[in-house]
Structures are given as C-alpha cells and as structure tokens.
Design a protein around this ligand. Structure first.
Ligand code: GP9
Ligand code: MN
Length: 687
C-alpha cells in the first residue's frame, strides 16, 4: 500500500513522473483512435502487437523534447507538443473519414484549399467522439489545475534526457525491424499508407511521407522542358503506325477491362486431374470473335498490380523501385486512358475493386488519371465470410457491382480489378471446386483453385452480359497483371509444366500473361506477336479509332505489322521472337539454348537490343520522376484537374443515380435493375 502511494507521489510530483503520465495517456488514446477511427486491418499477433506499441517510440521522442527545458517551461512545452500531436491525430481522423487515407505532404501541397472541399465539409463530417483525440490533453490540464499533478521545477539531468531520446530511437529501430520482418519491402514498395501507420505509427508515417515528398520534389525541380523534347524526339523516331485494318473496329463501344489478378498465360488450356482449370476463359480465348495474344508479357516491377495499371492506363513503365502510382500518382500530371476516352469520345470512366481504396494509392492516382468514379471496398457490402486476402471474393464483387455498372452512362470505360486469385492462393473450403495441385509447394498448390474460382466468377459475369445484351456493344479486354508463381518456385513450376527442369529463361517465359480483346463481330485470331503491357493502350486506342500519334506513350499497336516485338522487363532483361536476355545471359528464344559464344555480328545485335531496352526504360522513368507531362500535352487534350473528382461514396452514388441517364443499361431496361439476371453459385449467398 505504502509503495503504491509513494509511486503515485513520484508520478504526480516529479518531472519524470509527469512525463510518464503524459506518454501513457497519449499512447492509450492513440491506440483507441487506431481501433475506432481508422481501418488499419491488423491481422495476426505480430501486426496487432505492433499496432499496440507503435505510438510509444514517437511519443517518447517528441514529448521528450519538452524535458530539455527548465522549470515550468518544460511542462508547458510538453503540453504544447502533446496538443500538436493530438491536433494532427484529429485532422487525420477527419481526413480519413472522407478519403480512407492519411494526410500527406503531397496532398497538402498539391490540393491547396480548394480541392476535395475538405475545408467546407469539416463541420459536416466531424463526430463528437472525434474530440476524444484531445482527451489526454484535457485530463492533464485538469490534473494540473486541481493540483493533483504538482510542478517539479528541478531540472532533469541531461544524461536522463538523452537516455530517453536514445531509448525512443532504439525502440523505433526495433519496431521497424519487426515490421520489415512481417512485411518485407514495407518502406521501399509503398503498398498502402495504412500499412505504414499500422506497422510504424502515425508520426513515423508523416516523416516517411515528408521524406518521399522532398525526394520527388527535388527530382521534379531538376527537370525542364528540354527533357520532354528529347523524349518526344525518341518517340517520333520510333513511332510505329497502327494497323489500319483494325482502326475503329470497336468505335463507340463500351470498354470493359477485366483485370485478372496474378493470372499467367499457362493457365489457359491447363488441366488438372483431367479438369480444365479455366474453362470460361479458355472458351473466350479460342472464340472466333476474340483477338488473343500468346506472346504477351507482364512487365511489372516492385509495384506489381500498380505497375500493370500504370502501363495500361498510360503506356508508361513502372519504376525501377517502388510503385510509381504510390510515389507519383498524387502529384504528377498524366494523360491517361480515362481522360483520353472521356475527352475524345465522351466515355464515362470508372474503376471497381473489392479491396481497400488506398491500396497502391489508387484513391489519389485515379483522380490524376481522370477517372470519374472509383468504387473500392467501401462501396461493397462486406460480411465476415465475404472477404479473403485483399478484398471481397470475386463472385461477390461482380454480383454487387451490377447495380453500379447498369447505371453508368454509355459508352463507358470500366475497369474491374479482381483479387481472389492473389498470393497466398487461399480460398475457403466451400469455394474449392477443383483439387489443389500436388507439387508439395504450399504457396503454389492453391493457385489452380483460386484461378478456377476467378474463372467461374468471369463465367457468371459473362452470362449476365449476354442476358442483358450488354455484350453486343462492349469490347471486353482481359489481361493478367503479373505472375502468380514467382521465380522462387522453380521446382514446383517445373512440375506444373511437366518439365524436367526450370531455369531463369523458363522463368522469363513464365511471365506471359493473357491479353484478349473480345467483342461480338470482332475478327478474332490467336496472334503471336511479342508484346507487353506497355503496348496495351496504343492497341486499344486503335481499336476504338482514337488517334494517338502525338501522345507520350512508349508502347505500340500490337496488331501493327511493324510491331517492334522487343519486350522489356523492368530490370533490363528482354525477350524478342529470336533472343532473350535474362539476368545478364542471352538465350535463343525458340530453343532456349544459352548463347555462349556469339559472333561479332550477333554480339552487336544483342548489345543494340539491350541498349534499346534500357533507353526506353530510362526515358519513361524520366517522364515520371521529372513529371514531364506538365510540360507537354497534345493540342486536343485538356489538362486533368484531380480536384474535379470526388470519390466519396454518398456523393458519387448521388451523381450516378440522380440522372435518369438515357444511355444507361438500367434506363434501357425500362428503369429496372438487371440484378436478377446475374446468377451466382456463391455459397456465401445461400439462404
Ligand atoms: C490489392 C491488389 C493487390 O488492391 O490489387 O495488388 P498486388 O499485391 O497484386 O500488387
Ligand atoms: Mn496483382
């Protein structure tokens, strides 16, 4: 009893005690805010542990600054720091409510006061409980006023202060190491700001973000108009005329882009235990009205999905490290597919995705791309068994998307991002309708199961398209974003492909992903042209009859007879119909034989190819890291203003539903929903 009393005395009557009270309350309050005001999605003991403790190191470090001051001043300064940290937390609570993301310097810098109408709506979105962000400050002030806490004017020894700060930094380091262990590439790949807060904390996020912003601004400041001139010169010299036979064959049609998550080309036609893994996609692949490519490669880097999106929307490569969409998506100027289609041909543009809107910075980048609508997870009902991995399961995602698709004014350009076929390829028992493969490699064996599930979901969407007649005026484009089985599974990959061995060259071949254009009346074929994700936009624009010779795009029409067929990989490797370069070694594409002693001519040829690839990649990098599109735009293009777009759910849906839009499927269906035409066997929906 006595010792409790003396401890209480120590806490309330010494400076160090005061510091501990402030830090503890700050910690508990922040944790409460994490749990109640943000949606950080901590799963498993490690993430939950880090979420719990991560407010401590930064709190200790920052509040500890106050201890360096003398006398009463020291109390004042601790309190001011505590208040500022609380204010920052409070601002983030409000911002997060609107944008499911944290305040960042680039947002504050680029959006200014007008954008996002945040200022205007602050009163509207504030909830009483948000003020609990200041609860600890209020409590301490009360304790000071009522003299429960007495001010101790004795200065702390400098040694103690320094020890506190060192301890804080050490804890921060340990926190970071543990986070990296759980999620490698946390800071280098920048998946999602939520992750950084979840693992490291709010204030660490602010520092990280500030650092990134400074880095990108420095690169941008170095760039100037002459940089874009050299890019233009290069593109002009390498321009490939699109194939006139295909120009405009899909003019005015809706474009439905189906993003097949982690879907590799080898799955097409693949059978497991006598059963086709992807019967629906196989049928589409071989249909007479599908143009399918069988030498089409993903070209992503660390940015994975986001790199695929960057290439498809802009015909610009992802970056050598990190995700271009995360690092530059908010602040850069783009001339992207949605903006081009909207401006040139009046398309309504939208993205639907059953995952978090903040992942890969989509909720900012899509504004820069000019997407009018973005419907992420928050637009979808998410019951406990709906969600797996990174989002709600594909069948449920499609089923719930009908009510939005049918309301889109036509023609629309709509991208639907599936997610169930994502590493680690886990799917609940009820949804397993094909058996796992038996390579014994756990991360590989589920792949056919989730791919099969994705294929069934596609089948369900396709029959809805047919029943509603939407298939008659829609060009559907399917693409696989990147590999599903990484280069760390050579043995299992060999088994899947029924090969004796699997080397780096095989792994390059394994980077093939599907690309299919499917449309009623399209003259289909299986096209063997070598190409990659960088080429999709020019190919699509030609099919839609949109002129595209004055844009900054690094790809070419894949249907062109003169397509260069040099497919770059993000690390400088490449493949052409004749030669391939993999991790510094050259191979003959046809035979897979290593080129060990090239003659002089071949040597030169390979070097030229290699240089072409690196030139292209580095010029594209310059466009992104120098934000060069701010210096140039085609005459017909109007600059996209991100602040014109608002992805707030209520407001988006108000716009979508308010207009009796005569061109929407819903209107054409006598203002009735077509929902009942979507049939699904999703077990989650069984009564
Ligand atoms: C999540 C998803 C996954 O929203 O698109 O991205 P990935 O991990 O495949 O890059
Ligand atoms: Mn992906």
């Amino acid at each position: 009893m006595k010792s409790i009393k003396s401890f209480f005395n120590w806490l309330t009557k010494t400076k160090l005690g005061f510091f501990i009270i402030v830090l503890t309350l700050f910690w508990l309050k922040t944790y409460w805010v994490y749990l109640n005001k943000f949606n950080l999605g901590a799963v498993g003991p490690m993430q939950n542990f880090l979420l719990l403790i991560n407010p401590i190191p930064a709190g200790m470090l920052l509040l500890g600054i106050g201890l360096f001051f003398k006398g009463r001043k020291s109390y004042w300064i601790v309190m001011i720091i505590d208040f500022l940290l609380s204010l920052w937390l409070f601002a983030n609570i409000l911002y997060y409510r609107e944008f499911s993301n944290f305040l960042s310097f680039s947002i504050m810098k680029t959006s200014g006061s007008t954008s996002d109408n945040l200022g205007k709506s602050i009163a509207g979105i504030t909830q009483a409980s948000d003020f609990l962000a200041f609860l600890d400050v209020a409590i301490i002030i009360a304790l000071l006023i009522f003299k429960v806490i007495r001010i101790d004017i004795r200065p702390l020894k400098l040694r103690v202060n320094l020890m506190i700060e060192t301890l804080a930094l050490t804890l921060m380091g340990i926190n970071l190491l543990m986070a990296q262990e759980d999620r490698s590439g946390l800071l280098t790949r920048t998946f999602d700001n939520n992750y950084i807060v979840k693992y490291l904390g709010m204030n660490e996020y602010a520092v990280y973000d500030g650092f990134k912003t400074a880095q990108t601004s420095a690169q941008m400041a170095k760039a100037n108009v002459s940089d874009i001139n050299s890019v233009q010169k290069y593109l002009k010299a390498n321009y490939v005329k699109p194939n006139p036979e295909y120009t405009g064959v899909a003019k005015g049609k809706n474009v439905l882009v189906i993003h097949l998550e982690s879907f590799q080309q080898f799955l097409i036609g693949y059978k497991w235990k006598g059963k086709e893994v992807t019967p629906n996609l196989n049928k589409i692949y071989h249909a007479k009205d599908t143009i399918s490519f069988d030498n089409f490669f993903n070209q992503v880097g660390q940015g994975k999905t986001s790199d695929a999106e960057m290439m498809l929307e802009n015909s610009l490569y992802g970056l050598q490290s990190g995700s271009a969409m995360s690092s530059y998506g908010t602040s850069n100027t783009f001339q992207s597919a949605p903006a081009i289609l909207h401006q040139q041909a009046g398309y309504t543009t939208a993205v639907m995705h059953g995952g978090a809107g903040s992942f890969w910075n989509r909720n900012n980048a899509y504004k820069s791309f000019g997407y009018q609508y973005f419907m992420p997870l928050s637009f979808y009902e998410n019951k406990p068994d709906y969600y797996i991995g990174y989002g709600i399961k594909d069948k449920l995602f499609f089923n719930q998307s009908i009510k939005y698709i049918e309301r889109l004014p036509q023609p629309f350009y709509l991208k639907m991002i599936t997610v169930t076929n994502h590493y680690p390829y886990d799917i609940d028992k009820k949804n397993q309708t094909i058996s796992k493969t038996n390579t014994g490699d756990e991360t590989v064996d589920g792949y056919v199961q989730t791919a099969h599930y994705l294929d069934q979901a596609i089948g369900q969407l396709m029959s809805w398209m047919k029943k509603t007649g939407l298939d008659k005026n829609t060009l559907i484009m399917f693409y696989g974003d990147h590999y599903g089985i990484s280069g760390n599974h050579h043995k299992a990959s060999a088994e899947l492909l029924k090969k004796d061995s699997f080397n780096d060259f095989d792994n390059l071949n394994f980077q093939r992903v599907p690309l299919m254009f499917h449309m009623k009346g399209l003259k289909g074929k299986i096209d063997h042209t070598y190409g990659g994700e960088i080429d999709v936009l020019p190919t699509l624009l030609n099919l839609l009859g949109i002129k595209d010779n004055d844009t900054i795009q690094f790809g070419h029409d894949l249907l062109s007879k003169n397509a260069p067929q040099i497919v770059a990989q993000r690390n400088g490797d490449f493949i052409t119909p004749e030669y391939a370069k993999v991790t510094g070694n050259y191979y003959y594409t046809k035979t897979g034989k290593k080129i060990t002693h090239p003659n002089k001519r071949l040597k030169e040829k390979l070097l030229t190819l290699s240089n072409q690839v690196t030139t292209q990649l580095s010029l594209s990098d310059r466009v992104i890291d120098g934000n060069l599109l701010r210096f140039y735009q085609p005459k017909w293009f109007t600059k996209v203003k991100p602040s014109d777009y608002n992805y707030n759910k209520d407001e988006s849906l108000k716009t979508l539903y308010s207009k009796d839009n005569k061109t929407s499927l819903w209107y054409k269906n006598h203002k009735k929903t077509t929902q009942s035409k979507f049939k699904t066997d999703a077990p989650e929906l069984e009564k």
